[in-house]
Design a protein around this ligand. Structure first.
Ligand code: MN
Length: 186
């Protein structure tokens, strides 16, 4: 019995050390809306964008059409991401939300990635929706979530990471790593 409780204590200790809470979100808005504009004469700068004078805000500042249309998947990954964030809908500034549409060609994929400023919820639809065999719509908890694509970041970094380091990390031979670096070189 004693050894069991020792194991439990040891397990809890390991979990306490290795688990940590993460929290990524936009700052809370200070006002109802702040329609983004690039260069105001005398604007207020909020969440990386200037606010349009509320007197000149229109419904178009909160609207974007075209998400019903499929994009054209690129040949490398077989997918295409259509973004609708603060850069497409300026009224999203300070509201902490954005959406994307992803169209997939046959055997296409959206390569592994992370969003540094957001969590993402995704719904996939298969077949008979649009022009391509699969489409997905995602909601993200940021007006501009960013995306770090793992392969691009690891193998396409500039300056490049030493091939022998990546070879050991990914259990590959150095030649394979150099081949991957050539593919992802920007
Ligand atoms: Mn994503």
């Amino acid at each position: 019995m004693k050894s069991l409780s020792c194991h439990v204590v040891a397990l809890l200790s390991i979990l306490a050390i290795t688990l940590s809470l993460t929290n990524a979100s936009d700052p809370s808005p200070l006002q109802d809306f702040c329609v983004a504009i690039d260069t105001p004469a005398d604007g207020v700068f909020v969440n990386g964008k200037f606010c349009k004078d509320p007197k000149f805000v229109t419904v178009d500042d909160f609207f974007k059409s075209g998400l019903n249309k499929a994009g054209t998947p690129n040949e490398k990954t077989g997918s295409v991401v259509t973004l609708v964030n603060v850069n497409q809908i300026p009224g999203l500034n300070t509201l902490g939300i954005s959406i994307v549409r992803i169209d997939y060609a046959v055997n296409g994929q959206n390569p592994p990635h992370t969003h540094p400023r957001a969590s993402e919820g995704l719904v996939h639809f298969q077949a008979n929706v649009g022009k391509y065999p699969a489409v997905a719509f995602a909601g993200l908890s940021s007006q501009n979530p960013g995306a770090i694509v793992i392969a691009d970041t690891v193998f396409g970094s500039n300056p490049p990471i030493q091939p022998n380091v990546l070879a050991k990390a990914f259990q590959l031979d150095t030649r394979t790593v150099m081949d991957l670096q050539a593919k992802f070189k920007k």
